[in-house]
Design a protein around this ligand. Structure first.
Ligand SMILES: Cc1cc2nc3c(=O)[nH]c(=O)nc-3n(C[C@H](O)[C@H](O)[C@H](O)COP(=O)(O)OP(=O)(O)OC[C@H]3O[C@@H](n4cnc5c(N)ncnc54)[C@H](O)[C@@H]3O)c2cc1C
Ligand code: SF4
Length: 513
């Protein structure tokens, strides 16, 4: 079977879904290929046990680490990709993140574009993904050309108290930018009901600004856009010169099909996009498609992330907790000449979620007491691009993720800062640090913030993509998921993926005429 399209987009997460949305009004014939199905709306969407213990919505895959140890990656194959379960904290990278930054663990390299090149697309991305926020509170916030379209999500009383306590201590907490369709001014019109099962859960009422709801579904309203689900792309074929992708090989319903397009865009997520290129080797591309630089799959980053529960003396009855952020330690400071990272909250932890991390969490403490009293923090520090941290394809065709943590001193110091800030606020002296994030006990399995494996740049020897995210080695192959990142910064990746997809979309519209 062979069909001709103007553009094929592989993957419907924030990268691919947003690009489809941008290109849909052009009238060009667009095919979206998604290996997963629609994530079913059902009561289980909001069950902690189903989501975190039974892992109902997680991919049933086993990958290997660098020592050959198997692990189950925390990824999700469905329309909307990982954004169906994300926490929707949608932050811009800081202006300095686009330049070279000196870290304790090494250098975070500069990007081939500046913050100003992305600014207008960040604004569009915030509007498209319903980001609620308040400009001017976050001292590290970069220059912006427009206010947030939606007002900041209000803090519930316990978080408001934390906000004010931190302010009294001279800190600068801010309302975290979050993409949900909450209307607090006219509650009767609000799609979002502000529930406790958001971060890590699918939204049963489709009120989370994920890429299916805000991009893929609207794109499909255009008759020129087609989506095939359960369509696993297993290989990309090229013409004899190797300069053009001529076939997209798909496994669907037990059959092999080949689709053709003038332009092919890969957006399978940073690990799977690299895996697809590596699996698509041929005579002209013996080390994998677009891989003359030997950079495909390298420089894998995923952040140094930790959850930290602060067990407060007083109960924490907060329902929607993810409303506060703190970037006071984002850049180098007077006390330490290197960046530490970003602090925010995670969704309120309940007993089921805590059960997964029970041994390190709760020596001698009943889980329900911990759950009722904890303030649940999330810390993100930058991990640095190391060529040896890479995606490899094993002999069995499966993914091996070779990853060695780096820049850890920054992360340790961030934890110390957070603890000291909380010790002054009536929390118990001991906090309970853990690498548990949404039910994942094994750190390498926490692939949520994966990026960097097909990076863009101006030098064909050190990058795979050019500044427009087109492969240096091919004329019609693009990549628009988190693979293109040059560094990981210390903010959540999605808004940058979305903004870049809008930017690349504009380039493609020009190219297609
Ligand atoms: C629990 C959780 C919480 C998170 N919270 C936040 C947050 O608060 N803020 C934030 O910014 N980010 C957050 N993230 C990260 C965010 O979800 C990702 O950065 C984002 O989804 C990445 O977008 P992407 O387009 O690069 O890839 P993905 O979202 O991974 O999309 C890739 C798509 O490609 C499909 N695909 C893969 N391989 C193939 C193939 N061979 N053929 C066809 N289709 C294929 C997949 O099924 C998927 O739909 C979170 C992630 C998780 C898991
Ligand atoms: S808080 Fe709102 S967006 Fe999030 S899951 Fe609940 S209803 Fe959906």
């Amino acid at each position: 079977m062979s069909q001709l399209y103007d553009i094929i987009i592989i993957g419907t997460g924030p990268g691919g879904g947003t690009l489809a949305y941008k290109l849909a009004p052009s009238g060009k014939k667009i095919l979206l290929l998604e290996r997963g199905d629609y994530l079913l709306r059902e009561k289980d969407n909001w069950s902690s046990k189903t989501v975190f213990i039974d892992n109902k919505y997680k991919a049933k895959e086993t990958w290997q680490d660098k020592n050959g140890n198997p692990f189950h990656p925390g990824i999700h194959y469905n329309v909307g990709g990982n954004s169906k379960v994300y926490g929707a904290a949608l932050l811009r990278m800081r202006e300095q993140d686009f330049g070279e930054v000196k870290h304790h663990g090494g250098i975070s390299p500069e990007w081939p574009i500046r913050y100003d090149d992305l600014e207008q697309y960040y604004t569009q991305a915030e509007h498209l993904y319903h980001v609620h926020g308040n400009r001017g509170e976050d001292p590290t916030e970069p220059r912006t050309s427009a206010p947030y379209k939606y007002p900041a999500l209000s803090h519930e009383p316990r978080i408001q108290e934390l906000h004010e306590d931190w302010q009294k201590c001279g800190h600068k907490p801010f309302h975290l930018p979050v993409g949900v369709m909450l209307n607090e001014q006219q509650k009767e019109k609000s799609a979002c009901i502000r529930c406790s099962t958001c971060d890590g859960f699918p939204c049963l009422v489709n009120a989370k600004a994920d890429s299916q709801v805000v991009c893929v579904d609207p794109a499909l309203q255009h008759p020129n856009v087609t989506l095939l689900t359960n369509a696993l792309v297993s290989k990309l074929e090229t013409n004899a010169s190797g300069r053009e992708v001529t076939g997209v090989v798909v496994e669907r319903n037990g059959l092999m099909e080949t689709y053709k397009a003038d332009i092919v865009v890969v957006s399978c997520g940073a690990i799977n996009s690299a895996a697809l290129l590596l699996r698509s080797s041929n005579d002209k591309h013996p080390n994998g498609l677009a891989n003359s630089s030997d950079m495909v799959g390298r420089h894998y980053m995923c952040h140094n992330n930790s959850a930290m529960l602060a067990i407060s003396k007083r109960p924490n009855p907060t329902v929607f907790q993810k409303t506060i952020g703190l970037n006071d330690f984002y850049h180098a400071s007077a006390d330490w000449n290197f960046p530490m990272g970003h602090i925010s909250m995670i969704g309120k932890q309940d007993m089921e979620m805590l059960r997964l991390g029970a041994p390190p969490f709760a020596p001698g403490l009943a889980l329900d007491v911990v759950a009722k009293h904890s303030l649940d923090f999330w810390m993100t520090s930058e991990d640095l691009p190391d060529p040896n941290n890479r995606v490899l394809i094993g002999k069995d065709g499966n993914v091996t993720l070779a990853y060695t943590e780096n820049n850890l001193e920054a992360h340790k110091r961030l934890a110390v800062m957070l603890k000291s800030m909380l010790n002054h606020l009536g929390c118990e002296e001991h906090l309970l640090p853990t690498h548990l994030y949404l039910g994942k006990k094994i750190p390498i399995a926490g692939t949520a913030h994966q990026c960097g494996t097909i990076r863009f740049g101006r030098d064909t020897k050190t990058s795979v993509l050019d500044v427009n995210c087109k492969a240096h080695d091919l004329d019609n192959l693009y990549v628009v998921d988190a693979s293109f990142f040059v560094s990981s910064s210390a903010v959540n990746p999605s808004l940058t993926i979305i903004a870049n997809a809008l930017r690349v979309g504009e380039h493609l519209l020009d190219r297609l005429g």
